[in-house]
Design a protein around this ligand. Sequence first.
Ligand code: PEP
Length: 253
Amino acid sequence: MRRPFLVANWKMQKGRAAALAFARAFLPRLADDLETEVAIAPPFVALDALGRALAGSPVALAAQNVHPESQGAFTGEIAPAMLVEAGCSYAIVGHSERRVLFGEQSAFVADKVAALLAHDIAPIVCVGESLEAREAGRSFEVIGAQLEESLATLPPARAAVLVMAYEPRWAIGTGRTATPGQAQEVHAMIRARLVERFGAAGDAIRIQYGGSVKPDNVAALLAEPDIDGALVGGASLEPESFAALLQQSGGPR
Ligand code: PEP
């Protein structure tokens, strides 16, 4: 059974004060018997304060990125142990904005996965194709390669902690969502690769969809058999809208 999992990716939005204001408005809206797992990934500078505000609540803390080295001359970077200290249970790696805007390659993502595992932080590994690749009929080829290379360091014995996210680049922040059928087709391919690679453990790995997920489309997406949650940007920024997403996301599957 895969418990649905929603992650708020705030990107470069909300510093400490805004993150705390969100927590104050959002936490009272949560049902006592929350069936969906939920995490928030604020900017690094808000991790500590938000982590304290979320303590004792069912909401986990996630990082938006990590550097694979444990310390050293890496100006502007954050090490896995620092995320542990801030209280992170999850870290997003390989987000398309990292891949496209900062040139991150899948081999680097794989290094991050290894570093996170060594610190017991669960990686949320993002994959997704560009519009050009989709229109050229190369979606499976591109996503399959990203998956194989990004997971190269993940031993089968640790596969259970992995979360995958399929984020078609053409649907992120564009208001253009993949239809449930389009997303399921890719999720099924990812599922098949995970099972091929990790056996039965691959079947238990949650695969989130990301790309303009909103309260009015999340239920239809999560009704698909291999869509186990969502990585949400824009619609996670307001407490009302993220709470509405949670309400629409259903229970264990
Ligand atoms: C994202 O940040 O990963 C994302 C999917 O953004 P949005 O929901 O705004 O498309």
